[in-house]
Write a protein that binds this ligand. Structure first.
Ligand SMILES: *Cc1c(COP(=O)(O)O)cnc(C)c1O
Length: 379
């Protein structure tokens, strides 16, 4: 069994993907081919925002957003403590100070009450300028944007939605990657919508920001003239080959893959409930794109031993994440390390992510569940 079965996905879509890649190679339009614009149009339409700008990866997408907002030294950016490193790395790379905020122990997303307290504390201390919030849609579930957006309004903060794992999720039918002033995603192969290498995208409704982003992505070019450089930018583009792979993949994602992962999640939930595990909770009116199906093991369980037993039965599992952001070595000695995040400290020791992808069968899900329960009994 694979943790995320990209080989099976390719077997299903081989004909379309091979043809799409061959077309790019024979046309030799490797950079900024027509497939890139076509993909951007389809992504913007799917997400429900006016502009989509693709780029080289999800980390660049975040950095570019912070760049056009002028986030830098002296600014505080609020980031959940429980996330992939990029969410906090990008503001730190921009020389701002990430302020890590604890998460909700059931949704795993930023806790709005703790966020508001952190914002007030930064404002009261006056050492940093409270500038932006990076909310993360962890494991596929959108963050609590009703609350987060109102906190942004109240304290005049910019909102960046890091939807690297959230693409496809929604709140009351409104899609992830549409909740931020700018939203970003990643097409890293294992994400809900993945390409065959690195890739990313940025979403916004603001035309002036879309224009700036397109400029910064290509060496600060002026409009369509890439040899007239009016800003210091970067080289961050999505390859035409990746766009060509993503077009049929987006179609499959919309037509059936998103439904399939939701089916897999409900099989997990029905086969694992009534046990000692804490299962992922999807709040009403929210839907997840299930980047991960993550459970919390009971206190008595030894996670490595459970993983070893699963592995012996041919079942891969992963720990996302085993270290709070504020404990990462890169932040040692900085104000970012001073975060008080007891929930994250606790869940980092308890979470376990199970195989999750659209091509898992009901039998495979039951096999994982049976073996996981058995591994706990053996504790
Ligand atoms: C994967 C991920 C990123 C970074 O995406 P890359 O394309 O790998 O650079 C950022 N934030 C979160 C939450 C992620 O999971």
């Amino acid at each position: 069994m694979e943790f995320r079965d990209l080989k099976k996905q390719y077997a299903v879509m081989k004909e379309e993907i091979d043809l799409a890649v061959a077309e790019v190679i024979s046309s030799a339009n490797f950079i900024s081919g027509t497939q890139v614009r076509k993909l951007e149009e389809q992504l913007a339409e799917y997400v429900g925002v006016k502009y989509c700008i693709t780029c080289a990866n999800g980390t660049d997408a975040i950095s570019l957003a912070l760049r056009i907002w002028g986030v830098g030294e002296g600014d505080a950016v609020f980031v959940p403590d429980f996330t992939f490193f990029s969410s906090g790395e990008c503001p730190a790379f921009a020389r701002a100070t990430p302020i890590f905020v604890d998460v909700d122990d059931r949704t795993y997303n930023m806790d709005p009450d703790r966020l508001e307290r952190a914002v007030c504390k930064v404002k009261a201390e006056g050492k940093y300028n409270a500038k932006a919030i990076i909310a993360v849609d962890l494991f596929g579930l959108p963050a609590d944007y009703d609350r987060i957006q109102s906190i942004c309004k109240k304290y005049d903060l910019l909102l960046l939605e890091d939807g690297a794992q959230g693409f496809g999720g929604s709140i009351r039918g409104r899609k992830a990657c549409s909740f931020g002033d700018i939203s970003t995603t990643s097409f890293f192969p294992a994400k809900p919508l993945g390409c065959y290498g690195d890739g990313g995208a940025i979403f916004t409704d603001r035309e002036d920001w879309a224009e700036l982003l397109r400029s910064y992505c290509v060496h600060g070019k002026a409009g369509n003239d890439k040899y007239n450089n009016i800003r210091i930018g970067v080289n961050s583009r999505l390859d035409t080959i990746q766009a060509a792979v993503l077009l049929p993949k987006l179609k499959a994602f919309r037509e059936y893959e998103l439904d399939c992962v939701n089916q897999v999640a409900s099989w997990y939930t029905s086969s694992l409930k009534n046990g000692d595990l804490i299962l992922p909770e999807i709040v009403s009116e929210y839907s997840s794109s299930w980047a991960q199906y993550t459970v919390q093991l009971p206190k008595y369980a030894n996670r490595s031993a459970v993983q070893a037993r699963l592995k012996a039965a041919g079942i891969p599992s992963m720990v996302y994440y085993n270290r709070p952001m504020h404990m990462q070595g890169a932040f040692a000695g900085t104000d970012s390390a001073k975060a008080d995040c007891p929930v994250t400290d606790y869940i980092c020791g308890r979470v376990l992510s199970l195989p999750m992808h659209p091509y898992l069968s009901e039998e495979e899900v039951w096999k994982v569940s049976r073996n996981l329960k058995k591994a706990l009994i053996e504790e």
